[in-house]
Design a protein around this ligand. Structure first.
Ligand SMILES: [Zn+2]
Length: 219
């Protein structure tokens, strides 16, 4: 059986592959910087879609594995949201340094864009199936060894986000994944008030200040 960390390692390997691919695509472009940008605007969305399918498929594999022994039958499905507009905007940003011949920076930005886009379908697949599957009671945040204080705080105690409305707060460099938790399995402690608040999308200025204080205790 696949563990959450092993599944996450597969996603990282897929990301390595995607990163290599976009660096190669950048090297292959030619002409003026505007023309190179257009070439990448043409090709990167398709490549991202390809890797996004792969990411969602990894999440489905893991979901099925983690579900073994849970009551009832449920077949998870891959979830890949349409991000074309955002990706094109991301490519425009990533290729800006080409105007000053800084290919190195453009490559780094493209790599970053691919990573953050790739992590989405995995999380979206876990969270969407979690809501549809009666045997799933929530999800956990899976960080890696060098996660930032924000992510460590949200993942602390192996907290389970049980509220169906709980969202996954990710930042640009975040490579955290989500793992489903099922009835009949080992269910950890539920996320506390601060964890729910910090993971939520809407926050008041007062809540934001409280979250900052709380996260600083993880630094
Ligand atoms: Zn993270």
């Amino acid at each position: 059986m696949l563990t959450a960390l092993e599944s996450k390692a597969q996603l990282v390997a897929l990301g390595d592959d995607a990163e290599e691919q976009v660096r190669w695509m950048l090297r292959r472009t030619s002409g003026s910087w505007e023309s190179r940008r257009l070439q990448l605007l043409d090709t990167i969305p398709g490549v991202t879609a390809y890797y996004s399918e792969g990411s969602a498929a990894l999440a489905v594999d893991y979901y099925e594995d983690a579900r073994a022994g849970a009551p009832g039958g449920y077949a998870p499905t891959p979830v890949v949201l349409d991000r074309t507009v955002r990706i094109r905007r991301g490519v425009a940003w990533a290729t800006e340094p080409l105007s000053i011949d800084d290919d190195e920076l453009a490559a780094a930005r493209l790599a970053k864009l691919m990573r953050s886009e790739l992590n989405r379908p995995y999380r979206d697949t876990i969270l969407t199936n979690r809501r549809a599957d009666p045997a799933c009671v929530g999800w956990k945040r899976i960080t890696d060894g060098d996660a930032c204080p924000f992510c460590r705080a949200l993942a602390d105690r192996g907290a389970v986000y049980r509220e169906a409305t709980a969202t996954f707060a990710a930042h640009d460099d975040c490579s955290c994944t989500a793992a489903p938790v099922f009835k009949g399995g080992a269910v950890g402690p539920e996320a506390d008030v601060m964890q729910y608040m910090a993971s939520g999308r809407r926050r008041t200025p007062k809540e934001r200040a409280a979250i900052r204080d709380w996260i600083s205790t993880y630094e």
